[in-house]
Design a protein around this ligand. Structure first.
Ligand code: MG
Length: 307
């Protein structure tokens, strides 16, 4: 399936909307500070993925350091350590992308549907769910025709170079990936984004935020086309990644993908990002061997050079 694209609205509205939304509610809350407070009951009894109800009691503060040490050890033994990272909801937070697109959609219907536009205008970053219909339902927008129109507006924009550049990294991600790469790891970004529509934006975003990209030891592997299912694409990519060296860790927010990797690379460390995952996926529980993190802030800090 090839999605139609209409970049004109983005080129007109994106800069102003992005600036306004980032200024008021996106940037600081995503990349540099703690997530918004959540109901106490939800914290005691997790009812969803990490961005809704983080399971902080499962977080492993030593996992990131252990992987860094393993990279060093494998490299010292003369082998090539490989670390695999998913992108969406693993290294990047894509919710700002959806927030901006919804703001555009609201603006486009404001004249004829002011109540809908007003309701969508109340959506904040922590309201963004994996599925757009769930996000809209949180502010009372449930009319099937409106939801369908919003999805039709959102989809071609969400999966596009232009809007992909609105993503912000999960806290600590760029410096951690850089640290692994500098220790000698081959970093593979394995994502279900489609190369024919998102490679340019993805590469630009990685570069903008300081991830190693376009250099020796860093590879971006995306789907050839949008129509290929993410899970079959990733599974088919594992053998080629295995040929690069010794896979020492894989990072994923989708429990099913992480399970496949844990099976293929039993000696590697599987890391589950407790952010968000597809509620319609066949697997909703990470593999037992997974080590959980909410972000990358527990990574060891590089040694400070002597003055
Ligand atoms: Mg993902």
């Amino acid at each position: 399936m090839r999605l139609d694209r209409d970049p004109a609205p983005a080129s007109r509205l994106l800069p102003a909307l992005a600036l306004a939304i980032f200024t008021c509610c996106v940037g600081p809350s995503v990349a540099h500070t703690a997530p918004p407070s959540r109901p106490t009951a939800a914290a005691k009894t997790p009812q969803g993925p990490g961005w809704i109800s983080p399971q902080t009691n499962r977080y492993d503060a030593t996992a990131l350091a252990a992987i860094a040490e393993r990279v060093t050890t494998v490299r010292a033994a003369g082998q090539v350590p490989v670390v695999v990272f998913d992108l969406d909801h693993t290294l990047f937070d894509g919710r700002p992308r959806t927030l901006v697109i919804l703001a555009e959609f609201a603006a486009s219907v404001a004249a004829e549907q002011p109540a809908t536009a007003k309701a969508i205008g109340r959506i904040a970053l922590h309201d963004i769910a994996y599925l757009l219909r769930d996000t809209l339902a949180r502010v009372g927008v449930t009319d099937p025709k409106v939801v369908a129109a919003a999805e039709a507006y959102w989809k071609p924009r969400f999966f596009s170079d232009t809007y992909a550049q609105l993503d912000v990294p999960i806290a600590g991600a760029p410096s951690y990936v850089q640290a692994l790469w500098q220790r000698g790891a081959v970093v593979v970004y394995l994502s279900g984004r489609n190369a024919d529509g998102m490679l340019t934006g993805t590469t630009a975003s990685l570069q903008k935020w300081g991830f190693p990209v376009g250099v020796r030891g860093a590879q971006v592997v995306l789907k050839p086309s949008f129509s290929e299912p993410d899970d079959t694409f990733k599974k088919a990519s594992l053998e080629q990644i295995s040929a690069l060296g010794q896979v020492v860790a894989s990072f994923e927010n989708e429990p099913g993908n992480l399970g496949v990797m844990a099976t293929r690379w039993p000696t590697a460390i599987p890391v589950f990002l407790d952010t968000d995952f597809n509620p319609g996926g066949a697997v909703r529980t990470p593999p037992a061997a997974a080590r959980w993190v909410g972000d990358y802030t527990s990574a060891p800090r590089p040694a400070t050079p002597a003055p």
